[in-house]
Design a protein around this ligand. Sequence first.
Ligand SMILES: [Zn+2]
Length: 290
Amino acid sequence: MGFLKQIICLYFLVVATIASAKPLAVSYTQVQYIGNVKIDRFTLTSDTLLSGKTYKFLIQGGLHGNERETTKFVQWLSKKMASGQSSLSLLPAENVVLDFLPIANPSGVKSLSRYNDRGVNLNRNFPTLWGLTKEYPGAAPFSEAESQALRSLFIKEKYTGAVDVHGYVNWVVGPSPLKERANRTQEYSAWTSLLKKETSKLGDYEYKTGLELGDGGAFEDWAFWEQKAFAFCLEMSSAFRYTRDKEDSWAIYEKFILQMFTHAISLSDDRAPGYAHTQGTLPDLPSKLN
Ligand SMILES: [Zn+2]
């Protein structure tokens, strides 16, 4: 662990210890799959995590590296959560694990680019509806180390829910309708109805899907359909980009995420015991990156 990472971890631990009524354990790891891509991961759990059912959630920013506010928002939210000051603390702490990935596209964040350093739009590199895009989606689904890292993380953690934060347009993007997945029609309908309902409370926001936008290979489509996580993409508004009272604006998104994660927990409880999240381990991957 580098010096900077140690400082960040120390900050989390001190804040969590001093300020929280319910201290959260914070751990720092990196997600790595193939190649040299390492993605920072901050995991927040209660010290008193119960041994029963655990709900795991992923909060991700910076998949498009030029959308800097998304990284700042996810960092802000993770620190607030660690201090016990976030409304996400209203989730049942003894049963919840939160993973924060503020920089999902490290090379893109470094160079302020929408793409990774291989010119790929990572939010088009996932297999669901892959190829439906005007941007370069990579040579094949999961051709990129960053998306592979996310895949290995999902297979390991079996997330109940996930949000991918983007900017800047007033949209919430939900999973696209896929007719051939008839066995999950009911769950799809329940989740997207709730997403639409909560989106309508955001004011001048619109609800979209990757399919209607022509954006195939998106994170939330894969996370919902292939990993069975209650997933969505939250676009931060352009209006909030330069506003002075950023934290007030960000709190609106914090509340939205809380509401959707709460819905995800209740939908997850409707599933049969032993529900299988994924199709298995890691098939069809290139042995190394080009
Ligand atoms: Zn984006």
